[in-house]
Design a protein around this ligand. Sequence first.
Ligand SMILES: Cc1cc2nc3c(=O)[nH]c(=O)nc-3n(C[C@H](O)[C@H](O)[C@H](O)COP(=O)(O)OP(=O)(O)OC[C@H]3O[C@@H](n4cnc5c(N)ncnc54)[C@H](O)[C@@H]3O)c2cc1C
Length: 403
Amino acid sequence: MISDQKRTKVVIIGGGFAGIEAARFLGKNSLPVDVTLVSNSPCFQYYPSLYRLVVGASVNQVSIPLSKTLPKKVQLIIDTYTAIDPARKVISLQSGKEISYDYAVLTLGSEPNYFGINGMETQSKSFLSIDKALALKQHFSDLLEKSKTLSAEEIKIQLHTIIVGAGPSGVELAGALRPYLVELAKKNAIDETFITVDLLDSSPRVLATIPEHASALVADQLQKNGITIYTNYGVNACEDNCVIVTDKNTNTENIHMKAGTIIWTAGTKINSAFANIPRVVMTDKKRVQVSPTLTLPTDDSIYIAGDGAGTQFSGLAQTAVDHGQYVGKTIAQRIAGIPTSPFEPKQGVFVIPVGRKWAILNFKDFVMSGFTPWIMRIMVDARYFLSIASLGTVLGMLRKSTK
Ligand SMILES: Cc1cc2nc3c(=O)[nH]c(=O)nc-3n(C[C@H](O)[C@H](O)[C@H](O)COP(=O)(O)OP(=O)(O)OC[C@H]3O[C@@H](n4cnc5c(N)ncnc54)[C@H](O)[C@@H]3O)c2cc1C
C-alpha cells in the first residue's frame, strides 16, 4: 500500500511557470511525498505582462506571492540555488544550506542575452524583472521632470526612446509606451510632439517568427501608434545614450542614433546555472538536452522543465506550464509505480497586444487581428491567474487590465 511506502523527497528549483505547476500537482495529491520549492524571489512574476509595469500598471497586477499559489503541503524556501551534486543527491543553496532529494526539478528560466555587444549590458535599460521594469518607469518620470529645464534641442533627444528588438517584448512595449509617454508629457506641460519612439531589429520584419502578412499588420499598427520602425538594422555597440548600427538595407555602417533611453529586448538565453549541472549536454539551440521524459539522459532523478529544457516550443510560457504539469504527473506516477509516457510538445496560441485595444493572434497559419484578440489575451492571462490564485485576486487584476 502506498501509505506504507517511505516518503519521497521532491525538490523543485524556481517559482515560475514550470516550477509552480509541478509543485501544485505534487502538493495536491495524497501520495507520500514531501515537496520543497526553492525560489530566489518570494513572488511569481508574470513575464508576458511585465511591460505593463513600465506604462503604469501596479506590481500586484503582474505578480502573486508564491505563498498564495502553492498548496499548504509544499514547503517554500526563499534562497538561491547554486549547485546540484547527483552523486550525493544534494542541492546546495547560497545560504550554505544543503537539501537532499529523491527527485530534483530544475526550472530556473532565462536571463538577458546581450550577445557580447559592446556597452549594451551597462548602457541600456531592460524590463525583464519587476525591479527593472519599475526602475524604467521611474527613469521616464525623472526624464519628463528634467526636460522642463532643457532647451528644445535637448528635450528632443532626451524624450527620444530606442527599443532594440522587435520580438514580442519589444513590440508590446513599443505599442504601449508612446501613448503612456504622451500622457506624461501632457501632465508635465511638455509639447507631446517631442515624444518619439524607434523600434530597431536586425531581422527584415517585426515579429519575424509569425507569417509575413501578420507581421505587416503589426508593423502597420505600430506605425499608427507613432512608432518608427527600422528593420535590417544591426546594432554593433551602445555608448553614452547612443546606439551604433549598421543599416543592412543600404550597407551603411557606423550610424550613430542618439536617445535619452535605450531599451534592450533583443535576446534571452537560458539561466547560466544550467551549464553547471554535472555532465549536462546542450542542444544546438543552447538548451539542456533532455530525455523524452524530460530527465537528464544521464540521470533520471533530475528533471529539467521550462525554458531550460530542449524540447520543441521551449521558450514560451505555455510550454513551461505543460512541462511543469507533465513533470508533476510523471513523478507522481513513478512514486505510485505506474508506467510513464513521453512528453508531447504542443504548439500554443500566440497573442501579442499592440497599443490600446488591438492585438494579433497567430496559431499555425491562422491569423486574426483587432479588438477580439486583444480581449482574448486578457482572458488568457486571467485564465492562467485563475488556475493559480483565488477568484477575488484575479477579478481585481482583470478590472485594472481593461482600463
Ligand atoms: C519580458 C518577457 C515577456 C515574455 N512574454 C511572453 C509572452 O507574451 N508569451 C509567452 O508565451 N512567453 C513569454 N515570455 C517567455 C516566458 O515568460 C517564459 O517562457 C517562461 O517564464 C518560462 O518559464 P520557466 O518556469 O522556465 O521560468 P520562469 O518563469 O522564468 O521562472 C524561473 C524561476 O526561477 C527562479 N530562479 C532563477 N534562478 C534561480 C536560482 N539560482 N535559485 C532559485 N531560484 C531561481 C526565478 O526567480 C523564477 O521564479 C516572456 C518572457 C519575458 C522575459
